[in-house]
Design a protein around this ligand. Structure first.
Ligand code: Q9C
Ligand code: ZN
Length: 334
């Protein structure tokens, strides 16, 4: 299995995040990628497919903002990383606001996803890694892995959040559609609901989104991921959310995965993309499921049993010393 990674993904390194009312060291740090690299062995850098595939799922104004936000923050006389502090609740109405603080609110949904001078470069190359893995499979490989960092599944067409800026799996899914793949399924097994991915494809019937995650009644991102969200318009029925309670172990996780895989089989996709987060691990510092390192191959085997071509895209996982081990354990099941 080929693993795709670009060293520029290491550059994005915010200093801190707002957590429960105080500032703490940033959980989504470059050491996560280093830990995975140590455990996984040789990776290859992705070719540069440009911005066009990114702009297929993200608004041009948002991408422009991402590229320039930190420079504008600095020009406003600020030090450190750019973070918003006020949000236009329910997008009150379209306004042409120039000030960086207004734009940060417009293009984000939380205060724990800072933009640094290096953010654009890292997220751009992470998206290229997802594209490389996708094209590897479109060219005939049965599976490929994209070591994307920062992660992507919380980012929507025009917003960042949850440590995510570009939605790597969404870019990959759309690239597959554009290459002629008719039906694409996305299985999201990060601990957190993939709100950005859901939003991007919510009204589409050509891309199925199925997610197993911590119940948003108790866990971030709260406002999405409830079981009654099933898609809208043409996409009605092409979204499936399977929320699980805190404390979930493999025994409770497996029936949800069975349901997810049956839904995917019924959809009849030509390609399956997996948003994989290792934050379902029992020792994850910000999450509350109880999966063990040795549980992950069973998940991979059930996914592989679909017989579908697979692209695995890295999402979260914050127990840094165990992260590489957990990802290697998951991939070993394929
Ligand atoms: N620190 C992913 O796993 N939590 N993102 C912020 C207080 C955000 C996790 C709240 C968790 C986002 C990709
Ligand atoms: Zn997560």
């Amino acid at each position: 299995m080929k693993l795709f990674f670009d060293p520029r993904e290491l550059d994005h390194a915010p200093e801190q995040e707002l957590h429960n009312g105080g500032f703490v060291p940033y959980a989504e740090h470059p050491g996560r990628a280093r830990d995975m690299l140590d455990a996984l062995g040789a990776t290859e850098p992705p070719p540069d497919r440009g911005e066009a595939p990114i702009l297929r799922v993200h608004d041009a104004a948002y991408i422009d903002f991402l590229k320039n936000a930190h420079a504008r923050w600095t020009a406003a006389g600020r030090g450190g990383d750019a973070v918003g502090y006020t949000w236009p609740i329910a997008r009150r109405r379209p306004l042409n606001l120039e000030r960086i603080d207004a734009q940060l609110g417009l293009f984000s949904f939380d205060a724990s996803t800072p933009i640094t001078a290096d953010t654009w470069d890292s997220v751009y190359w992470g998206a290229q890694a997802a594209l490389a893995a996708t094209h590897e499979v479109l060219d005939g490989a049965s599976i490929a892995f994209a070591l994307c960092r920062p992660p992507g599944h919380h980012a929507g067409a025009d917003y960042l959040g949850g440590y995510c800026y570009i939605n790597n799996v969404a870019v990959a899914a759309q690239a597959a559609r554009d290459a002629g793949v008719e039906k694409v399924a996305i299985l999201d097994i990060d601990y957190h609901h993939g709100n950005g991915t859901q939003d991007i494809f919510y009204d589409r019937d050509d891309i199925l989104f199925v997610s197993i995650h911590a119940d948003p009644v108790t866990d971030y991102p709260f406002y999405w991921g409830h079981a009654d969200e099933r898609g809208e318009g043409a996409g009605e029925g092409a979204t499936l959310n399977l929320p699980l309670p805190r404390g979930t172990t493999l025994a409770e996780y497996e029936p949800a995965l069975e349901t997810a895989m049956e839904e995917i089989a019924a959809f009849g996709p030509d390609l399956l993309l997996v948003s994989f987060g290792a934050d379902t691990f029992e020792e994850d510092p910000i999450s509350q499921f109880k999966l063990k390192t040795e549980d992950y191959p069973a998940l991979a085997r059930r996914i592989a049993a679909s017989g579908l071509p697979l692209v695995v895209v890295m999402e979260g996982g914050y127990a840094t010393d165990a992260l590489g081990r957990n990802v290697a354990s998951f991939l070993s099941g394929f």
